[in-house]
Design a protein around this ligand. Structure first.
Ligand code: FAD
Length: 280
């Protein structure tokens, strides 16, 4: 039995953990956000086998969380900022692990206009819809971005009983079935324009576009996601040492899908298990 750290409890981390515990290892899972990861942003997931008719990202995240706790008792609710290679393995938060699988996924990109951080500090601007269930009533919400994630989030917001406006600067794009569903929904408002700045005014978030100002209860930024990794000390991403693996969107970037992350998690777990067995 080896002591292994899994960083991140999204689909990749959960799949890797289940596999490694089944193989008899002592697994510690670090997760600084919501178990289920980016899935909390996904509306209807139609391409994950086993759920005819699809399943919402939120429902799938809850099921995965349930399954994780069939195999471990608790997670470590910490952000892993760095991983250092040492003689006996890898040091994380002053503990030594013989193997590590980094499953930290992606983080949302910022839009970069003035006022974005101030509105985020006032809880009027978010970079995702992880906490959709906390927003109640007939809130007018705008999603900035014309890509697939933005359209998907608009549908989730509409289905939760709120009125979404998508602000896009070019022709909205996304997988055909999603785009067709959103375009057919007359309560989703499409607004072409470029946001130049944002400010707080009488509890509303006011967006300045080229020639107009628009006020909303909440702003969601959906302008893409990028890989996120802890700092690596004593080694680098181009030459990963044995016993250190990366799985899921953290390896693939923003183009990954849940089934790919799960597949990666299981595969990296099996590679790590094989390495640790041969080592001992
Ligand atoms: C709007 C939207 C819709 C989507 N729709 C679909 C769909 O229909 N079908 C589909 O298959 N996929 C969909 N996806 C993609 C899917 O959600 C991802 O591919 C999948 O969640 C990737 O899993 P992962 O485990 O690699 O990463 P993530 O799910 O991103 O999980 C990473 C986890 O690591 C944690 N973490 C990060 N850094 C640290 C750290 N330093 N310390 C501790 N914890 C950390 C994070 O909090 C997170 O929980 C969608 C994504 C979005 C945004």
């Amino acid at each position: 039995m080896s002591k292994i750290a899994i960083i991140g409890a999204g689909p990749a981390g959960i799949a890797a953990t289940v596999q490694l515990v089944r193989q008899g290892h002592d697994v510690q899972v670090f997760e600084h956000g919501r178990i289920g990861g980016t899935l909390w942003n996904a509306g209807m997931v139609e391409n994950y086998p086993g759920f005819p008719g699809g399943i919402t990202g939120r429902h799938l995240a809850r099921l995965m969380e349930q399954q994780l706790f069939d195999y471990i008792e608790k997670i470590i609710p910490e952000s892993v900022s760095s991983i250092k290679i040492v003689n006996a393995g890898y040091e994380i938060s002053s503990e030594i692990f013989e193997g590590v699988i980094v499953c930290t996924g992606t983080e949302p990109r910022k839009a970069g206009f003035p006022g974005e951080d101030e509105l985020a500090d006032s809880n009027l601007l978010f970079h995702g819809i992880e906490f959709l269930e906390r927003w109640h009533g007939e809130k007018e919400i705008t999603i900035i971005g014309g890509g697939e994630a933005s359209i998907d989030m608009a549908l989730s917001i509409f289905e939760a009983g709120m009125k979404p406006t998508i602000i896009h600067r070019s022709e909205p794009r996304g997988i055909k079935s999603l785009l067709d569903t959103a375009k057919a929904e007359e309560n989703i408002v499409w607004h072409e324009g470029v946001v130049k700045a944002a400010r707080l005014h009488e509890n509303k978030a006011v967006l300045a576009l080229e020639n107009e100002e628009l006020a909303f209860d909440l702003i969601i930024i959906a302008v893409g996601r990028q890989k996120t990794l802890p700092e690596l000390i004593g080694f680098d991403i181009e030459n990963l040492p044995a016993g250190f693996l990366i799985a899921g969107d953290a390896a693939r970037g923003g183009l990954g899908q849940t089934a790919m992350a799960v597949g990666d998690g299981v595969e990296m777990a099996m590679i790590l298990d094989n390495y640790l067995r041969n080592k001992s």
